[in-house]
Design a protein. Structure first.
Length: 347
């Protein structure tokens, strides 16, 4: 009887110690610590359960019941305390994080397309409307495609027109223009007629300045077929210029020279800054050069897999950066690639 008495007293003691401790708990962290100490695996109540085996057989049911009651009482007290503390915590957080629902919202800054992307898309759209496809071509090229197949054999002085980034791999370079794509599309399509543009990044080993960058975007135009004429080239490019610069844009073709076209020309558009009167943008000429063009050289057609006695073609190449500069009167080409959002936000 005494042993039963002491065991029951012990349990009552465990309960009152735990409840005492609970009254001192003031936050949820402390509550969790309390739970571990008084209800956890190595708590006093749990110890009573695990020592059941050593208790007299007749006493066991009684002790088990009593221990269970203590545990339930502690669990109930824990739950009650938790609710109280959670309510307090919520109230505190509401006081700290006061929300003024009458404040205006913070403006969401929206991303926008880079000016070069906008102009490139516009150019692509115009040629698309005129029945051209977009043909992708590689930015890392071989010397053959960038020069030789464009009628500039090794050591040809015309190669000096393009300051070139060579890679450490022999004969591999960063393309200096989109023209090598002409050979690639011809080889893929011959002898079918071709009507494509080849847009993309080009790289030149240049001194950085307000007017020149080492990386820029070009759009190459290529038409190959059985009856392609210089007149068709002129008509197509004039039409393109008017779709890009406006119905009454004036154009002129000037004789020029490129190794891969014969004859070659450059297309100027009347300066839209001064309307042809002469200003610093057009260097007082009244004209802005927008692209190089010409009839595809017979040798280039041959390198592309077309018989120049049957087929002819015209090609053109334009710099997107330059025309975007002029279009938006941007004073420094380096703005395009230094990712300053204050610049980019303006477009
Ligand atoms: N590839 C030339 C350049 O980067 C531009 C060019 C001129 C392309 C005449 C052409 C062309 O297709 O016919 O300077």
């Amino acid at each position: 009887m005494t042993s039963k008495q002491t065991e029951l007293e012990k349990l009552a003691q465990i309960q009152s110690v735990a409840l005492d401790a609970l009254s001192g708990v003031v936050d949820l962290d402390a509550l969790e610590a309390w739970r571990v100490t008084h209800l956890g695996r190595s708590s006093a109540v749990m110890a009573v359960f695990s020592s059941m085996g050593s208790i007299d057989k007749e006493l066991r049911p009684l002790m088990g019941k009593a221990a269970n009651e203590v545990r339930q009482a502690l669990e109930a007290a824990l739950e009650e305390k938790r609710q109280t503390l959670e309510a307090v915590a919520l109230k505190q957080s509401l006081e700290v994080e006061k929300l003024d629902i009458t404040l205006p919202g913070r403006p969401v800054t929206r991303g926008r397309l880079h000016p070069l992307t906008q102009v490139l898309r516009q150019i692509t759209q115009i040629f698309g409307d005129m029945g051209f496809q977009v043909y992708p071509s590689p930015e890392v090229e071989t010397d053959d495609f960038n020069f030789t197949y464009l009628n500039m054999p090794p050591y040809h002085p015309a190669r000096d027109m393009w300051d070139t980034f060579y890679t450490t791999k022999d004969g591999v370079l960063l393309r200096t223009h989109t023209s090598p794509g002409q050979i690639r599309v011809m080889r893929a399509r011959a002898p079918e007629p071709i009507r494509v543009i080849l847009p993309g990044a080009t790289m030149r080993y240049e001194q950085l300045s307000a007017r020149s960058e080492i990386e820029f975007v070009q759009v190459e135009v290529l038409v190959v077929g059985k009856q392609v004429s210089f007149a068709e080239m002129k008509g197509t490019l004039d039409d393109f210029a008017r779709r890009l610069f406006g119905e009454d844009a004036r154009t002129r073709l000037r004789p020029s020279h490129f190794p891969f076209t014969e004859p070659s020309a450059e297309l100027d558009v009347g300066c839209f800054v001064c309307n042809g009167e002469g200003c610093p943008v057009c260097k007082e000429t009244g004209w802005l050069e927008i692209l190089g063009c010409g009839m595809v050289h017979p040798l280039v057609l041959e390198y592309g897999g077309y018989d120049p006695t049957i087929y002819s073609g015209f090609a053109a190449g334009m710099g997107v950066d330059r025309s975007t500069l002029m279009r938006y009167r941007i004073d420094d080409i380096r703005h395009f690639r230094n990712n300053d959002v204050r610049f980019l936000k303006q477009f």
